[in-house]
Design a protein around this ligand. Structure first.
Ligand code: GDP
Ligand code: ZN
Length: 356
């Protein structure tokens, strides 16, 4: 396999490269607006061309780790200028709250997303629903890793419950610290496959990364940090090539995980509710107080868990709210109107179906 193919280059990206003297390069690290890429000339720092830097109308248009770029090399081939971001196959995107909520691309062109949590305190089904909605919306395949089984030997019930709650999602138990259960991950760690590791801080992501890379990464990080004005790189995102040939993107612990454009993922994560709603009397049923609502009936009959249902309603609202906040040009009249209609889940349902 040639170098680019080893980093995931394929015909999908090749068709978008164009013929403007650019070479393809994949972003392997990102810190503020500094990027490192891998290309046929090896690892290089790249800067963004003026058009990318100044004309990007949204953060989504800027490169993220995992992106393929069309890069123009400097005459000595030691630096590059990023001219374009090639179309992405998948994204891992969240909303970040500020004065306005903005989308942030955590990683691009990811095949599989490991959501790392632990069998003890960290495990939270509601947060997992949030992660899965985010991952599915961006087109990647989620896999749940329940770490620290050494701390809680009686994890089989949790494993069974998780399996029931998230059908169709791979679930693996492991102890990264004691090197147990890692063999079950080999199926995902194929050459040139791109993975990302997500999860709160303290769940064992660095420990797992060190195991999978097969050497202590601390030194590697220090070397990279020295390149970049001595700043430590733990807050940046980086891609690592594992001994198996898979590419693993490490993200720092995510404290905030607002949904962004996640309607698709919501309907998949809450497929049980979507299936039920087909039997509601009204096609635009909000499942709140309508007569002959199949969702409410399931809730009353104990078939549907209250907290699962509550989270569904909450995430739907949040998702619709984020969409409005992203537009700073909205005038106050529209804002007022929006305020009254967000209360109405009927609209949320419409948004979900794309009938805006
Ligand atoms: P990160 O913040 O997600 O990168 O988590 P770290 O890898 O830094 O791990 C946080 C703490 O949990 C460290 O003290 C690790 O040694 C510990 N840890 C990681 N994996 C395991 C495990 O499987 N079992 C136990 N008991 N501790 C673990
Ligand atoms: Zn209903």
């Amino acid at each position: 396999m040639d170098l680019l193919a080893a980093y995931g280059w394929n015909s999908y990206f090749a068709q978008h490269l164009g013929e403007d003297n650019c070479i393809p390069a994949r972003v392997i690290s990102e810190q503020r607006d500094r990027y490192w890429v891998i290309s046929i000339s090896g690892e290089l720092p790249v800067e963004l061309c003026g058009r990318l830097r100044f004309e990007a109308s949204a953060p989504r248009e800027l490169p993220a780790v995992g992106d393929w770029l069309a890069v123009r090399l400097s005459p000595d081939s030691r630096m590059g200028m990023a001219i374009r971001v090639l179309p992405r196959k998948t994204v891992i995107a969240r909303g970040v709250a500020g004065r306005t909520t903005q989308e942030q691309i955590l990683a691009a062109n990811v095949d599989t997303a490991f959501v790392v949590t632990t069998v003890d305190r960290d495990f939270n089904p509601r947060r997992m629903e949030r992660y899965l909605s985010m991952i599915w919306s961006g087109g990647a395949q989620p896999v749940i890793l329940l770490n620290k089984i050494d701390l809680c030997p009686d994890y089989s019930r949790l494993m069974a419950q998780t399996g029931l709650a998230f059908p169709g999602v791979g679930i693996h138990t492991l102890s990264a610290l004691h090197d147990r259960g890692l063999n079950s991950l080999h199926a995902y760690l194929k050459p040139a496959r791109t993975l990302v590791m997500l999860g709160s801080s303290g769940v064992g992501k660095s420990t797992l990364l060190n195991r999978l890379v097969g050497r202590d990464l601390q030194r590697l990080r220090d070397v990279r940090a020295a390149d970049q004005r001595g700043r430590h790189t733990t807050s940046s995102r980086q891609m690592f090539r594992l001994t198996s040939g898979a590419l693993l993107i490490d993200t720092p612990g995510l404290r905030e995980l607002l949904l962004w454009d996640a309607a698709l993922g919501l309907s998949r994560t809450f497929a049980d509710i979507e299936v039920l709603s087909a039997r509601c009397r009204f096609r635009d049923c909000r499942h709140r107080d309508e007569p002959e609502c199949a969702v409410l009936e399931a809730l009353q009959g104990g078939v549907l868990h209250r907290s699962h249902y509550d989270n569904y309603i909450k995430l739907l609202k949040e998702q619709a709210y984020q969409r409005r906040r992203e537009d700073p040009t909205m005038n106050s009249k529209t804002k007022k109107r929006w305020k009254s209609i967000t209360k109405d889940l009927r609209l949320v349902q419409k948004l979900k179906r794309g009938e805006e």
